[in-house]
Design a protein around this ligand. Sequence first.
Ligand code: CO
Ligand code: CO
Length: 391
Amino acid sequence: MKSQNPHTHNPNIPQPIREQDGAGGTDPGPRDVMRDIENPDMLVPPVTDHGGVPNAKFSFSDTHMRLQPGGWARQVTTKELPISVSIAGVNMRLNPGGVRELHWHTANEWAFMLTGRARITAVDQNGRNFVDDVGPGDLWFFPAGIPHSIQGLVEGCEFLLIFDQGDFSENNTFSISDWLAHTPIDVLAANFGVTERAFSNIAHEEKYIFPADVPGSLQGDKVTSPAGVVPQTFSHHMLRQQPIQSSGGKVWITDSNTFPVTTISAALVEVEPGGMREMHWHPNADEWQYYIQGTARMTLFAAQGTANTFNYRAGDVGFIPMVWGHYIQNTGDKKLIFLEIFKSPRYADVSLNQWMALTPPELVEANLNVGPDVISALNKTKSPVVKYPSS
Ligand code: CO
Ligand code: CO
């Protein structure tokens, strides 16, 4: 047996020993060192952690991939992340020309384009239609029950889909091929006023994602409707908005103020190395996070002395219940990029710093046993991403 002194161990293999107070001991037993390295604040939690909060992290890398001829899809729902009752997420790839077939579903659908370009279509209940091309940083929103499709353009595409039901499953949508496959063929013929032979080649099961030719120009795909186009666009260029510039990074916020049709709001956050999304909470909704680039740590404060710290990296999902306190620290040497997504048409956060700055200072001093050094540093204007003072 090796000694308990951490300094005699291979420094590249982390041990559950906290330098600060000497708590813990080596882990000589079976272990997944790669995961321990990825989760330093779970292996050695900060001394301020206490009690247990529900799991607030799930990686898309730990989910089942549904491989299809035209692409793939995987999802994080309440099956994977039980705390996330308000939102489910799907990560999807469409190859060039690959089609996510014509379908509809029970939940509202919000999407963020990660890479490549796609063509999206929809028709509403009044026969007003919609077609557009979207690229990186663009969003779309399809209300529940409104039929739609997504197709990869020449470069293919990858995107994140958000559904405002935590137990929503991408494998349980209403697909056009599935319905026709389960309708008597004489009914199909009567419905469309054609012979039964016209339907002799239809699929016998849902196609879901399938390969197809890359579509031509957007203009050429515009079908003229006597009812016109949808009154509120289903797409939005999030990155064409002016971001909120902060000392440690920037934030783009899109909600129904800038994208009127949406009932789901979001913030895209960039945190420079050495920066941190400040301590805050959300008064109106849970937060569902998707990490796009970099590494982060976040502590969830759940009241009653309960706080747990989690580590995140690109491809991970995080979750914070409504009103729970949190921060997100960039733990890497490159820019951290992540999305905050809310089942609410309006984005809202409460800044701890701003709250304290706008409260009588004597009251804050007495409450926290702090002095004028803290009070004079408070910021009456919200600064969503802060930078650590150089020590
Ligand atoms: Co959909
Ligand atoms: Co937040």
